[in-house]
Design a binder for this molecule. Structure first.
Ligand code: Q46
Ligand code: ZN
Ligand code: ZN
Length: 305
């Protein structure tokens, strides 16, 4: 006999392991959205009238983030950063456009190759690709949000991402990183607040939510992600979650309670303004302007008054 939803007579669509229950698509959707709402309240991520910029990659996590924030009534716009990684980036942009059209929210697109002359993976440098990719994305979404007066930047990080990030940084004793991780990075000066509304939802739940709500997304992984160690950490955590449901959420919540231990390790860096772009920097020129050898600041203002 097929299993039935815990709350109605419909056949089950998903079996949750923690808490253990079977749910139909409607009740699963309700459960998921309630959890996002609770995350926003618990960690004080957003006030109702704040303007949010959602960074959409074309993938499932950011698509679901935009979808749920819109459904919960937040004032959102989306930003897609086309990384210039061949066909992968072209497809990603197509998906981002489709997702925002379906949602009826404005989409802004920044293309790295047009803007900076090279796509990610095309720069001749000794720096690992994912390292300068991360630097580039973080700089662009923060500056875009700052230039256009957004109150917050939302990203699609889910519980699996967070648990594997903490796990891998513990394994390498990167205490500096461990001091700064979490669902909320408060804004400060020209750094716009960063939030992760899917912080307590697993990847499996995000996939199921997209499926239950007809959200299309780019399934392909970035070609540079292959062999990334974070994927191995995710596998280990998944195995543990199988055996002991609740491992990931308890690990992450425990970390948040103990995070202050790592804060003592933070080195005080005095920030000044980058000589080129005016954004916060520890040196004379910020790492973004230095890496891309910029001589003029990038201006992302959409309405240039
Ligand atoms: S960092 Fe690396 Fe990702 Fe950039 S190069 Fe691709 S895998 S997209 S999250
Ligand atoms: Zn039901
Ligand atoms: Zn700069």
């Amino acid at each position: 006999m097929p299993m039935r939803c815990k709350f109605c007579e419909k056949p089950a669509f998903i079996k949750l392991h923690y808490p253990r229950m079977y749910l139909c698509p409607e009740h699963f959707t309700e459960y998921f959205e309630r959890k996002v709402k609770r995350t926003i309240e618990r960690y004080k991520l957003l006030k109702p009238d704040e303007r949010v910029l959602v960074v959409v990659s074309g993938g499932k996590d950011s698509a679901v983030t935009a979808y749920v924030l819109k459904k919960l009534g937040y004032d959102i716009e989306c930003l897609h950063i086309n990384l210039g990684i061949g066909e992968y980036s072209e497809k990603s942009e197509e998906y981002a456009k489709r997702q925002c059209e379906a949602l009826g929210v404005p989409l802004h697109i920044v293309r790295v190759k047009e803007l900076l002359g090279h796509g990610i993976g095309e720069v001749r440098t000794r720096r690992p690709t994912c390292s300068y990719c991360g630097l580039t994305k973080r700089y662009i979404f923060n500056k875009f949000a700052y230039d256009n007066g957004f109150d917050a930047v939302a990203t699609g990080h889910n519980l699996d991402d967070e648990a594997s990030f903490i796990f891998s940084n513990l394994m390498h004793w990167n205490t500096q990183y461990l001091a700064k991780q979490g669902p909320l990075t408060p804004g400060e000066g020209k750094f716009v607040k960063k939030i992760k509304p899917l912080y307590e939802l697993t990847e499996r739940e995000v996939v199921a939510y997209a499926l239950a709500n007809g959200i299309e997304y780019h399934i392909e992984e970035c070609p540079h992600a292959r062999g990334a160690t974070t994927l191995e950490f995710k596998e280990v955590l998944n195995e543990m979650e199988e055996k002991r449901p609740g491992t990931k959420i308890n690990f992450v919540k425990g970390y948040l309670r103990k995070k202050h231990i790592f804060e003592a390790e933070l080195e005080e860096v005095e920030l000044r303004e980058c000589k080129v772009c005016g954004m916060p920097s520890s040196g004379e020129v910020c790492s973004f302007c230095r890496f891309w050898r910029l001589e003029e600041p990038l201006d992302f203002r959409v309405r240039k008054d």
